[in-house]
Design a protein around this ligand. Structure first.
Ligand code: ACM
Length: 496
């Protein structure tokens, strides 16, 4: 496939004459530190091509690290395809992993298939590419709390993200309707909190094992993707409270794992046992997930229970707060400080952009003005504006759309036009915007086919915007038309 079909679009690509063809005798020259990229290239190409790509010192395909190429940053790479040789260079190992995905896209689309493809010439068009991402946070969130997905499917999800050079896979692991993260000290979180009754059918449930999650983290790392764990607090915790009612504001009350969608007003209490719980859970999370960032939710936390609780009111008074509503920021501040003491950076959803404690990285979802406000306050910001990045919203208001999340339509054009840097941002504010992220909440999406229908091709547009910066709609469309053959080879579902 020509370089003009690459998605995301590389920073610079100059087509030159001729082709390089990979065959059974093609070998790899693997520079020091390039082994992970060589392994990934073999792993990705083996199922369809059967090419062994053995190592050899006189090989025609070279993968090499050159730490002096600092302009390429952590993820950039240079790729030269000439008739007799291929050279992939980067300053850092992750850059080589990104370049491997480009090599894969330059091959004919059957190279992406999961089964042997016969009679295909595995040719790459000659080209000179220099490619550096525009934004350093290019994320995709999957909500596995509302509908659980097995880890085998999460690996496929990661594979598809990697093809698009997405670098953060945000796993929404807990919510009112399900708790999926195992915590040894609190086994009922998954035993009780992992299972939800369904008034109209069999219960829905599932939880990961620690080794499954550790395996997923390693699998993603081999593809240059960080798995960002999210444990919701102090709201969106009904599943945890079903397991351990004493962590709530009314320990005498038995709660079920919530069977409705929306915002639930049961929230964590603010007594010391709750903070012991949060620390223990997050210690386990930090053990499993090496991500420098840990997301602790923070969104949609009604304060009615705190207002009604004498203990919470007293706690607010003792902490010198203006009232129980201020417990939200106080709570997140305490837990955030714990993460910081452990060398991690807390992340939260912003409701206004100015309410999260200092030091939080902010996912601004409600309004671009919140992204601007948070950045102006000194937060690092990821722009997750729902009208451009909520992929649970329908793609159009056409009759073919399945029933889904009520809300605004998020069309492909909306995603393509989504500038991570909010309009009106001054240069200092703009510098605090790390990038953008897609969200797939799963109240109305239970099956892999549905998840993929909602994710693609909208994620292609988000990947393009965050890696390449603004591209013209016509250019994006024409690349996407050709990229569709790759998604088809990967059997990405186009139907809900
Ligand atoms: C959110 O949509 N509640 C982050």
């Amino acid at each position: 496939m020509p370089a003009s079909s690459l998605l995301p679009r590389p920073t610079e690509a100059h087509a030159t004459a001729g082709h390089f063809t990979l065959g059974p005798r093609t070998c790899l020259r693997i520079g020091e530190g390039a082994e992970p990229a060589a392994r990934l290239l073999r792993t990705l190409l083996a199922p369809a091509t059967g090419l062994p790509l053995h190592p050899a010192d006189d090989a025609t395909v070279t993968l090499t690290l050159d730490r002096t190429l600092t302009d390429l940053g952590d993820e950039g790479y240079g790729l030269t395809v000439a008739p007799q040789a291929v050279l992939l260079r980067a300053a850092q190992p992750t850059g080589l992993l990104r370049g491997v995905q480009t090599i894969r896209q330059l091959l004919p689309p059957p190279a992406l298939a999961a089964s042997p493809q016969r009679g295909v010439r595995w040719s790459l068009p000659c080209v000179e590419i220099t490619d550096v991402p525009r934004h350093r946070w290019r994320g995709a969130m999957l909500d596995v709390a509302r509908h659980f997905q097995p880890v085998s499917y999460l690996r496929r999800y990661v594979d598809l993200l990697a093809l698009h050079k997405i670098n953060v896979f945000h796993l929404h692991l807990t919510d009112d309707q399900g708790w999926r993260m195992p915590v040894a000290a609190y086994p009922k979180l998954t035993e009780v909190g992992g299972l939800r009754a369904r008034p109209d059918g069999a219960p829905h449930g599932g939880a990961y094992t620690r080794s499954e999650l550790a395996g997923l983290v390693a699998y993603a790392a081999e593809r240059g993707i960080t798995v960002l764990p999210e444990i919701e607090m102090p709201g969106h915790v009904r599943a945890a409270l079903a397991a351990y009612p004493h962590l709530g504001n009314r320990p005498d009350r038995a709660l079920d794992v919530w069977t409705r969608w929306g915002v639930c007003d049961t929230v964590l209490g603010v007594h010391e046992e709750v903070f012991d719980f949060c620390r223990t859970v997050l210690e386990e999370v930090m053990d499993v997930f090496p991500s420098p960032y840990v997301h602790i939710g923070g969104d949609e936390c009604p304060v009615t229970e705190w207002e009604e609780s004498p203990q919470a009111r007293a706690c607010a008074r003792e902490a010198g707060l203006s009232g129980p509503a201020a417990l939200h920021g106080w709570f997140l501040g305490r837990v955030g400080a714990f993460l910081v003491r452990n060398g991690r950076r807390p992340v939260g959803w912003a409701e206004t952009g100015t309410e999260l404690p200092d030091g939080f990285t902010v996912l601004a979802w409600r309004d671009p003005a919140h992204a601007r406000a948070a950045a102006a306050r000194g937060h690092d910001v990821v722009n997750a504006h729902h009208r451009a990045t909520y992929f649970d919203y329908p793609l159009s208001d056409g009759p073919q759309e399945p029933p889904g999340q009520p809300g605004a339509v998020v069309g492909l054009r909306d995603v393509h036009a989504h500038d991570p840097v909010p309009a009106g941002a001054d240069p200092d504010t703009a510098a605090r915007v790390l990038g953008a992220q897609a969200q797939l909440w799963t109240e109305y999406a239970a099956t892999p086919a549905r998840l993929e229908y909602l994710t693609y091709p909208r994620l292609c547009a988000l990947a393009d915007r965050t890696w390449s910066g603004p591209t013209s709609w016509t250019d994006f469309r024409s690349r996407l038309d050709r990229h569709t053959a790759r998604l088809d080879a990967l059997e990405v579902s186009r139907h809900p």
